[in-house]
Ligand binder design. Sequence first.
Ligand code: GLA
Length: 378
Amino acid sequence: MKNRILEDYKKQFGIPQIYVKSPGRANIIGEHTDYNHGLVLPFAIEQAIGMAIGTNNLGKLRMVALDIEDNYSIDISDLSFVTEGWIRYFINSLVALSYNQDSGIDIVFGGNLPQGGGVSSSSALTCGFLAGVNELFDLQFDIDELVDLASQAENGIGLNGGIMDQTAILKGEKGKALLIDFADFSVKKYQVPPTEYKFYLFNSGQKHNLVETEYNTRRATCDSAVRQVMAIDPRVDTLRKMTASHVANILDGETAKKRCTHVIEENERVKAATKAMSEGNFEAFGSLLSQSHNSLSQNYEVSTPEIDYLVEESQKINNILGSRIMGGGFGGCTINFVKGELLGSDVEKLIKDYKTETDLDLELYEVKASDGVLVELL
Ligand code: GLA
């Protein structure tokens, strides 16, 4: 990947100054908890985007997307938030950091991260680019500031997202899952299960269309539930501090109750899963993933009939110890915790049955906990 990108950069623009490897992320458990001051357990994956970056004295931001053979150039003095297309990740990153250097920037990127496959390719682009530009101009942003800038760049696009993805991508470490607590932004690293156990992503082939509107609606429901509880019990200024009894006794409306119940119980599942993982209790660990799916489907209502079917069928496979929808929802991937190897016959049957039921093509790939963004001065 790296050679191909550097070669292409040379052909188009000359010698780059920086090479960045920016991974995607998987999330073991803890979904829709990050923007509710809760707990998550993600890791950066090996599949990544590579980018070569350098300066030009033409006052242009010139961008080349190697894999889709597309390119775009814009005056660097003329940047404002863009809402469409892959160029928005670069442009919005520069807007977020109030770019004010005289030099133009050239970038060539490509890689093996499935786009729109639920592994946060958008955050990989913004985090990687921001980390590269930070190094290129010695801007001295620390990692937490880069997380915030990447989040601003992506929120400029319309999704009022949390910062789990950016944190995992920038702080990931090989072999470690990150227990991130968004009550105080602390990160604790835990050894992932031994190599006999594997994580597989099953890409449902369903594009998450509704994600922006529905995601923002979920977030707004949680925020207004907190306001309602806080009016009666002022200690509850975040959903993290809400209890089942607040839900039962104060909250109005079935929808708000279901959403908050998911978040409260999901935080407990993250704690239990981290404990089970550290103690080597992998049956219990897997079962927590499946419980998370039920709640995401029934209480948070971010699954789809196709993904519910996929999860149900996956859970029937003997050595899949847990399966659930991953990420924002409404399509994308499921994450599956597997003991040993997946049998060819099981995989073939799953792909075939899924195709018959949904007319969609399933793709499977293994993900391993890897280092976060790596920036190299060339
Ligand atoms: C998306 C967002 C994350 C997180 C998940 C749901 O991936 O980018 O911040 O909220 O959805 O857990």
